[in-house]
Design a protein around this ligand. Sequence first.
Ligand SMILES: [Zn+2]
Length: 301
Amino acid sequence: MIIDAHVHAGEYYRHYSARFAQEMTATTDRPPEALSAPEEKLLAEMDAAGVDRVVLLAFDVRRVEGFSVPNEFVAELCARHPDRLTGFASVDAGTPGAAGRLRHAVSGLGLRGLKTAPCYQHMSPADRRWYDVYETAEDLGIPVLIHTGYTPSRNADPRYFSPLLVEQVAKDFPGLTVILAHLGTPWTRQCVDLLARYPRLYADLSIFGSYQPPATVASALAHARDSGVLDRLMWATDFPFASMTESVTRMARLAEDPGPWPPGSAPLSPQEYRLLMGGTARRLLAAARPRHHHRPSEPMT
Ligand SMILES: [Zn+2]
């Protein structure tokens, strides 16, 4: 089973601002319109790449950027294709009621995780305003996917790029499952070392696996293997920012190519490849079946 653990819902004219779309695509050979991933395009890409399921993300940057890909929009898509799409909510702890919105997105809308975007939301992942959101995620039994690493968006705050900022969260919430996006690119070694210290941390390979030279990806995977965390890395693309078909082909080569490989690297074993391409994500998503408690509901805003 192949699972893409990081995919964006949303359409250029309907959701994203023109400025954001232009900046995000400026370093690629794609036009801003390529940021659109309507239902048919997403499912066609999955079919072409042989991808069984994707984690589909909402994106709440209303306070800073003036737009969002709403939880309701993602939930509707997931409800139409429950066999192919698993939705993650997005909330902004910089606006009041974020924890309540997360609880509603999971218990009311059926979403199965949380996506946060600290550099886009101009707030460290360790900012105390996130803590009731993290408590809610832990209580609901859902994973939190945190953007870490660089972004070409000029309005993003570079103080919040580093994956090391997640360490305080891992310390304060030892029961919370956290996924670091993009393997913290370009701080991939620090990201792997952080995973080695905290057993509930995971990372996805989106963008990194699609755009870095194969030798760089092979070295990072070898470092993860040597650190004992390869089974907590998950293949992902960040589609539509990267192609699923091209990325699947690249990853298959990392398992099949006889070399030469960078010193210390070796091809992925069939077992390692299966876990990376979907086995680990499947296990994580299965463990994250939200618990529905009977507790007083929080006020909605
Ligand atoms: Zn992303």
